[in-house]
Design a protein around this ligand. Structure first.
Ligand code: ZN
Length: 105
């Protein structure tokens, strides 16, 4: 099988995928999606925290980089989302969900 763009780390590694998304959504660090706070926010490092959650100390609410995106309430891993988004953007005519299923398996 030919080595494709999909061999990039953020298409396969969940931590790399998260870092990839954060670098684009939050180029200057975490931003609270509710109040826009950028200073009084911290990253939660709990063992049970799957996704890198942050907490805003202004509104006292936890949030993740995926808030407000299609990935927010999804159970699909982020690296799979990146594969899907990449394929959608790379194909001129778009891509059917069935084709997506076959490609990302
Ligand atoms: Zn806030």
């Amino acid at each position: 099988m030919a080595k494709s763009l999909l061999s990039a780390e953020h298409f396969h590694d969940e931590a790399a995928a998260l870092a990839f998304i954060e670098a684009r959504v939050w180029p200057h660090g975490p931003v609270c999606p509710k109040c826009g706070e950028t200073v009084r926010v911290s990253r939660m490092q709990g063992k049970s925290t799957k996704l890198a959650m942050c907490k805003c100390y202004v509104c006292r609410k936890p949030f993740a980089v995926t808030v407000g995106t299609v990935m927010e309430s999804s159970h699909i891993p982020l690296h799979i989302w990146l594969q899907a988004i990449h394929l959608l953007c790379a194909s001129k005519k778009g891509i059917s969900s069935n084709q997506l299923h076959r490609t990302s398996a």
